[in-house]
Design a protein around this ligand. Sequence first.
Ligand SMILES: NC(=O)c1ccc[n+]([C@@H]2O[C@H](COP(=O)([O-])OP(=O)(O)OC[C@H]3O[C@@H](n4cnc5c(N)ncnc54)[C@H](OP(=O)(O)O)[C@@H]3O)[C@@H](O)[C@H]2O)c1
Length: 253
Amino acid sequence: MADTEKKIAWIIGGGSGIGAASARLLADRGWKVAISGRRREKLDEVAAGRDIHPFPLDVTDADAVADVVAQISRTLGRIDLTIFGAAAWQPSEPGDYAFDKFQKVVDTNLLGVVRLANPLFEQYEKQGGGELAVISSVAGYVGLPRAAAYNATKSSLISLTESMHAEMAPRNINVRVVAPGFFKSELTEKNDFPMPFLLETEDAARRMVDGLTNSKSFEIAFPKRMAFILKFMRMLPYPLFFAITSRMMPKDN
Ligand SMILES: NC(=O)c1ccc[n+]([C@@H]2O[C@H](COP(=O)([O-])OP(=O)(O)OC[C@H]3O[C@@H](n4cnc5c(N)ncnc54)[C@H](OP(=O)(O)O)[C@@H]3O)[C@@H](O)[C@H]2O)c1
């Protein structure tokens, strides 16, 4: 493929985890990839030896987000696919709704996408269209103990992308949601609880990239068993639902 024909992907959260593995996979499949995150050294490691280009960014800084959209568009020519995967996560103690901790999670996971939306969609309109995939989680299907802030942001992202999908389609902008189950990453290293159906990072990246490039589905959820279990829980009557989630509480509470 000639260099000028390469499709351009931008992965926010591309310095580690599923973002880094997806950047490498897309580059190996002939895409030109921009990656963003706060740690420059992680971005440089991922970019080494491939057609991957670091654009350091903190998604809690609205001006910086708009600047990086402009920089990538100018330097690489356009953006065909943006994957938003930046996230903050820390298991919380039951009953701890400390504002500062909650705000940090919302500011990154949810408001990061909101800061991105207008500058990115303006660029997409200029270039005649584009695609935004937001990484939510199967955790967004239900509210579980010890993850109040994180799950609240992930369910909000499902709702936000549903609204965006309908609103942006007439402008040739395709907004999609990715809902992974557990996979190995810096984020899940912090977990001190069992993680059913845990995937290798590269496997999770391959499932996400295949879903985004080979299917037209609005939602890319995997592994199927994990997505099914949590979607099924969503449909249970609340007494049964809470009978299950109360068993997830730490034993000493
Ligand atoms: N691992 C799982 O089991 C799992 C399951 C479902 C969904 N997910 C979702 O998958 C996505 C990727 O997570 P991961 O598991 O691959 O973990 P990860 O390696 O920790 O990836 C998160 C990325 O977000 C970046 N980031 C965090 N805060 C940021 C900020 N303010 N501005 C810019 N970038 C920021 C981090 O880079 P810097 O620290 O350098 O900024 C990091 O590269 C997240 O949305 C996560 O919620 C993960």
